[in-house]
Design a protein around this ligand. Structure first.
Ligand code: NAD
Length: 344
């Protein structure tokens, strides 16, 4: 039986792996800490390590894993901005789960917008206290408003369909626009100028780091809403905070935050939060923060477990690592995959 270890696991994701592990002939060891240079030693003797979005898979971590025998890192997520691919190349293969439920994330983005706009989070707490006042709960019709979607990949496209279902006018920006589609592509500048709501669905790369910043915010309509279910560092949080304080941005629905690594997924309710920007952002009545939970549906968790275990089985059977990513193909550049069936 093949043994693999998991970092950064919680009860809600373990159950889906436990349900499938026998079928895949895999013995699992769950570690609660995040993977990083201080915890990588725990994987000693494990050829396959399963990691997650907020693990820090930098050069030091990769060296420790490699020295201790790890040859495959199986990301149980789609994004991989936390992996130093260049350093891993030639030493450790990296696979991921490219799609598990784009619906889960797109639906959560709309849930954030709906809650933010119609203030149901505030109504819920009010009526529990028998406060039936409507003061301050006025929203706006989504019908007829312009939604600007940045990134028209798997999630962005589903989100566009959802918005169209609400009767919204949708415009989109993507440097790699889809062909044969009725999506109305515009420049980033036009999107910023014309959108009533902007929703981010692009990956975090050097090009998209702090895509939402003072300059892009200045182009936006007064009172624009920002929804971010992609990656925290797409938004410069300091600039977002200033724009919220100046009432330039009318509301923000954030499932991700650029400094989330040490906070999200943990119960910090007894701690003094040292991050003043996050604390101030969360204190705003027109902000909703969820803890990187957009993916969290039963369907997504099942699919994540299944594809991760298939990826691991593919590695053990020495078959094609179809979900492998390396520093070349992760940027759309050519890599040897396809010729010798692995990136290296
Ligand atoms: P995808 O790869 O299918 O689509 C990404 C799209 O972004 C592509 O069309 C690409 O061309 C576009 N893009 C690339 N660079 C861009 C740029 N500079 N500006 C605008 N668009 C650009 O990815 P996906 O499955 O739709 O996922 C999108 C993102 O959602 C992921 O990168 C990940 O960060 C995030 N995500 C979050 C959660 C969550 O739980 N919050 C879960 C899954 C994915």
């Amino acid at each position: 039986m093949n043994r693999i270890c998991f970092f950064d696991t919680k009860p809600y994701d373990r159950i889906y792996f436990d349900l499938l592990k026998e079928q895949y002939n895999i013995e699992v060891e769950y570690f609660e800490p995040k993977l990083g240079s201080k915890t990588a030693f725990m994987a000693k003797g494990f050829e396959v390590v399963v990691a997650f979005v907020n693990d820090k898979i930098d050069a030091d971590t990769i060296d420790i894993l490699y020295e201790n025998g790890t040859r495959l890192i199986a990301m149980r997520c789609a994004g991989y901005n936390n992996v130093d691919f260049k350093h891993a190349f030639g030493k450790i293969h990296v696979v991921r789960v490219p799609a598990y439920s784009p619906y889960a994330v797109a639906e959560h983005a709309m849930a954030l917008l709906q809650t933010l706009n119609r203030k149901t989070h505030r109504a819920y707490t009010r009526t529990r206290d028998f406060n039936f006042s409507l003061n301050g709960l006025t929203g706006f019709d989504l019908h007829g408003k312009t939604m600007g979607v940045i990134g028209t990949g798997k999630i962005g496209r589903i989100f566009i369909d959802i918005c169209k279902g609400f009767g919204m006018n949708v415009i989109a920006y993507d440097p790699f626009p889809l062909k044969d589609t009725d999506i109305q592509y515009v420049s980033l500048e036009q999107l910023c100028r014309e959108s009533d709501i902007i929703s981010l669905h692009c990956p975090l790369t050097k090009d998209t780091f702090h895509l939402i910043n003072n300059n892009t915010i200045a182009m936006m309509k007064n009172g624009v809403y920002i929804i971010n279910t992609s990656r925290g560092a797409l938004v410069n949080s300091e600039d977002l905070l200033e724009a919220l304080k100046a009432e330039k941005i009318g509301g923000a629905g954030l499932d991700v935050y650029e400094e989330e690594t040490e906070l999200f997924y943990e119960d910090m309710s007894y701690s003094i939060i040292k991050d003043d920007i996050l604390a101030r952002i969360i204190s705003m009545p027109n902000v909703i923060v969820t803890s990187h939970q957009a993916f969290l549906t039963k369907e997504a968790l099942h699919n994540i477990a299944e594809t991760t275990l298939l990826n691991c089985r593919g590695y053990y059977n020495n078959k094609v690592l179809s979900n492998e990513v390396c520093y070349q193909c992760s940027k759309g550049e050519a890599c040897p995959k396809g010729q010798n069936e692995k990136c290296f």
